[in-house]
Design a binder for this molecule. Structure first.
Ligand code: TPP
Ligand code: MG
Length: 338
């Protein structure tokens, strides 16, 4: 069986348009504090969530927008929550990182790795109260050094829980590259706990869909937990306004003002040897380049990948895109403060 790519693309595009609107509202200063988006993860989220059924649970990290939208949360209430409004999903108290819906059995947390224990709790409840149902945990590769996530892997296997751990691996935990912090391939680590493992390209929604179908079937049939590893790129960097992304996209504007003080710091007579002082600067440059080359071009964008499969029916595609854009514009018009 193959997925309905039109439906998956519609969901992915809705999430993208929604987050583009969030981006504009954040730029306008209407959303306070940090904002982490799911842009670039939509292929993973759509492929996994297409298999969820009412009664299944969802434990999320700090990038909860796409999963919640695709899980059926009212987009208007979600946007109101991001804006801190009283009639938001969590009455304006949660913000974008601490979202919760009892009705949808969905919860997110800004504590890296916390989706592991939450999913294990959901899965234990499903095992006892709702056999045939399961829990999904989403987290980044940075979370796999968190003890509580490792404990969750262990208990899930020991208790044969119906849970699917989905690792969205963009290769970065803020500015720490994966290989600086993680000793072994993630898939090996997960296999070491006895988890059933699969690795896919997260840009390819069909590949994710197939891997997620197998993992979720195992869980529903009581055959135990899985670890689904999916590579992706965060198209807007770690968070909105990411300084490193800004510096690489607009070097003159961003770097010029700090260039003088940096040069003075490096050429100062006192202090550590110049070579030592240059080290961190070089490191920032290298990471900036890597970050941007990993973000460059539409090659990394799951929407571009998916859209290519649909261009044969160009009228249908334009209608779908116009409908989705209009839906999101309507929501924004209703929610945006005067
Ligand atoms: C327990 C904990 N430690 C540190 C942080 C700060 N922090 C927020 S996001 C993040 C990086 C997480 O990287 P990853 O899990 O790969 O997710 P990504 O942001 O790449 O999606 C860190 C360290 C936190 N929120 N919680
Ligand atoms: Mg990461």
């Amino acid at each position: 069986m193959l997925p309905d790519v039109w439906t998956l693309y519609r969901r992915m595009l809705f999430s993208r348009r929604f987050e583009e609107a969030v981006h504009r509202l954040w730029d306008a200063g209407l959303i306070s504090a940090e904002m982490h988006l799911s842009m670039g993860e939509e292929g993973i989220v759509a492929g996994v969530l297409d298999h969820l059924q009412p009664g299944d649970a969802l434990a999320l990290d700090h990038r909860g927008t796409a999963p919640l939208l695709m899980h059926g949360i009212d987009p208007e209430r979600l946007l109101r929550e991001c804006l801190g409004q009283e009639d938001g999903l969590c009455n304006g108290w949660g913000g974008h990182m601490h979202l919760f819906s009892r009705e949808h059995l969905a919860a997110s947390s800004g504590i890296v790795g916390a989706s592991g224990p939450a999913a294990v709790g959901f899965a234990l409840a499903a095992q006892h109260l709702r056999p045939g149902h399961l829990a999904v945990a989403f987290f980044g590769e940075g979370a796999v050094n968190q003890g509580m996530l490792m404990e969750s892997f262990n208990l899930a296997v020991a208790w044969k829980l119906p849970v699917v751990f989905v690792c969205k691996d963009n290769g970065w935990a803020i500015y720490t590259p994966r290989e600086r912090a993680i000793s072994t391939p993630l898939i090996d680590r997960a296999a070491g706990f006895g988890l059933h493992t699969t690795s896919v390209d997260g840009r390819d929604v069909t590949a994710v869909w197939e891997a997620a179908r197998d993992a979720q079937t195992r869980a529903r049939e009581g055959r135990g937990p899985s670890f689904l590893h999916a590579r992706c790129v965060h198209l807007e960097g770690h968070l909105l306004g990411d300084p490193l992304v800004r510096a690489v996209r607009q070097p003159l504007r961003e770097i010029a003002p700090v260039f003088g003080p940096m040069l003075r710091a490096v050429t100062r007579r006192q202090g550590a040897p110049v070579r030592q002082r240059l080290g961190p600067l070089r490191e920032v440059g290298t990471r900036g380049n890597r970050l941007v080359s990993s973000q460059r071009a539409s090659d990394d964008d799951p929407l571009v990948w998916t859209r290519k499969q649909l261009t044969g029916e160009s009228d249908r595609l334009s209608t779908l895109e116009a409908e989705v854009t209009a839906q999101v514009n309507d929501i924004v018009a209703r929610v945006q403060p005067e």
